[in-house]
Design a protein around this ligand. Sequence first.
Ligand SMILES: Nc1ncc2ncn(CCCCCNC(=O)c3cc(-c4ccc(F)cc4)cc(O)c3O)c2n1
Ligand SMILES: [Mg+2]
Length: 214
Amino acid sequence: TQTTRPQRILKAVQKNATKGDPDSVISAIDHYCKHSEWAMNVGDEKGSILDSVVSEVNPSTVLELGTYCGYSAVRIARLLSPGSKLITVEFNPAIAAIAKQIIAYAGIQDKVTLVEGSSGDLIPKMKECFGITSFDFIFLDHWKDRYVPDTKLLEECGLLRKGTVLLADNVICPGAPEYLKYIRNNRRYESRYYPAHLEYTKVEDGLEKSIFLG
Ligand SMILES: Nc1ncc2ncn(CCCCCNC(=O)c3cc(-c4ccc(F)cc4)cc(O)c3O)c2n1
Ligand SMILES: [Mg+2]
C-alpha cells in the first residue's frame, strides 16, 4: 500500500540521521527533499534565517503554528536554552504522529509539546492548558489565510508582550498578502522582510519578522 510523503520523510531520517543528533535530522530531511521529493519544510536557506532570529531572541516560550513533519520544530528546539519550551500546533493527526517521531528521533522531545488541533481553537486555551502568560517568539507556518486572524487572536488573548517576535513563513509564496498589509500598517508592530527562496527551489519567497511593541 502507498506510503505518505511524511512517512517517506520519517524513513529517510531513520535511515540517514543519527539518533539524538538534531543537525543530522535537519540535514537528512533537506537532502531527501532536495534530491528525492519536494516537501513544505521551511528548508535550509530560510531555516538559517529562522536560526539567526531564534538565537537573537533566545526565547523561553515559543509557539509554532503548523508543525508538518517537525523540521522547523527541530530547528527551533535545538537552539533553545535549558528549561525553554516550544509548543507546536498541528491539526492533521497522521502528520502529527510522524512529527512526534521525528522530534523524538532528534532527541529534543523534552523541549517540545506537540498539540493536535487547529490554531483558532487552541490559541484561546494556551494560558489555561499550558500555564503560558505570553510567548517570546511565534513562528507562523500554517494556513496562510489564518495568519491575520490568528495574530489578532493572539493579541486578544493577551499572549503577546512588549518585544514578542513573530516570524512568518511564505509571505511571498504561496503568499500572505493580507498579513503583510495588516502587520506593516500597524503601529503596534515593527516589521522587517528577509528575502529568500521557496524551500528547495529558485522561486522567490521570504520571511516577515515583526516585533510587537505593546
Ligand atoms: N489553522 C491551522 N491550525 C493548525 C494547523 N496545522 C496544520 N495546518 C494546515 C497547514 C497546512 C500547511 C501550511 N503550509 C503551507 O501551505 C505551505 C505551502 C507551501 C507551498 C506549497 C505548494 C507550492 F507550489 C508552493 C509552496 C510552502 C510552505 O512553506 C508552506 O508552509 C493548520 N492550520
Ligand atoms: Mg512554510
